[in-house]
Design a protein around this ligand. Structure first.
Ligand SMILES: Nc1ncnc2c1ncn2[C@@H]1O[C@H](COP(=O)(O)OP(=O)(O)OP(=O)(O)O)[C@@H](O)[C@H]1O
Ligand SMILES: [Mg+2]
Length: 237
């Protein structure tokens, strides 16, 4: 059994509803989940079942309607009012513990690869020279040492995603949350980028949750959870 102290992120009875024109869309209906150190989790489910919503809540980027999110032993409580009180703490915890990778890279178009990767490090208080040195090391690990000065428009889709992975890793997070990180790539590039992501997170002892529609990729993770009608169920692939 896994020691409870290994838990890096947990959700307790998380519910999420979106209200539009007085109609409530209940997307998450009581999710309980624990992510342990170095665990590799796949999150599957049909389109529109709430995978992105769930990742946003895990990443403290969105608020649950009800329930509790705990990241790095800091509990973010149920009600919106109390949650908002924690905004500064939320930002700090997010920077310290979490890195995100999205389907569409979300890199800043006017910045080079090196600037995109070093920026989160500089925002966290690292001097520019050191942040750039660390960003270069990561880009090098991802095979992008000849692309430091390319802006995103001058990179291929696979290269853009590798830069996005470097950016997610630069603050040395404990957890990576990836929302269909290869959903926009062809099969061969998917294989390359996904394997790089897994190799790097394992080597750096980072836990990862990946939302994906690709069951071949999901099979490579240590566990798979399936989202269906607002509930999360562990499945064997
Ligand atoms: N801000 C919002 N306001 C209203 N409804 C929303 C909002 N965000 C998401 N939804 C709804 O919540 C449901 C879940 O959306 P979500 O994007 O989490 O699904 P998903 O599982 O990630 O889908 P996909 O596989 O297509 O990415 C959808 O029906 C969507 O329309
Ligand atoms: Mg989604």
């Amino acid at each position: 059994m896994t020691d409870i102290s290994d838990t890096v992120l947990s959700l307790k009875n998380v519910e999420k509803s979106f209200v539009q024109e007085n109609i409530s869309l209940d997307v998450l209906k009581g999710i309980c989940f624990e992510l342990h150190e170095q665990e590799m989790i796949a999150l599957t489910g049909a389109s529109g079942t709430g995978k992105s919503t769930l990742l946003q809540i895990m990443g403290l980027l969105d608020l649950p309607t009800r329930g509790t999110v705990t990241v790095g032993h800091v509990e973010f409580s149920t009600t919106k009012a109390r949650y908002l009180l924690h905004v500064t703490q939320r930002d700090r915890i997010r920077r310290q513990f979490l890195g995100f990778v999205y389907q569409y890279h979300h890199l800043l178009p006017e910045l080079t690869a090196l600037e995109n990767v070093s920026l989160p490090r500089i925002i966290s208080g690292t001097p520019k020279d050191l942040a750039e040195k660390q960003a270069k090391e990561l880009l090098h690990e991802l095979g992008l040492e000849e692309r430091y000065n390319h802006t995103p428009a001058k990179l291929s889709g696979g290269e853009q995603q590798r830069v996005a992975i470097a950016r997610a890793l630069v603050n040395q997070p404990h957890i990576i949350l990836a929302d269909e990180p290869t959903g926009n790539l062809d099969d061969a590039t998917t294989e390359h980028v996904f394997q790089l992501l897994l190799d790097l997170t394992q080597r750096k002892k980072i836990a990862i949750v990946v939302a994906t529609h690709n069951l071949d990729l999901a099979k490579r993770m240590s566990k798979c959870f399936h989202l269906h009608f607002g509930k999360l169920e562990e499945i064997t692939l």
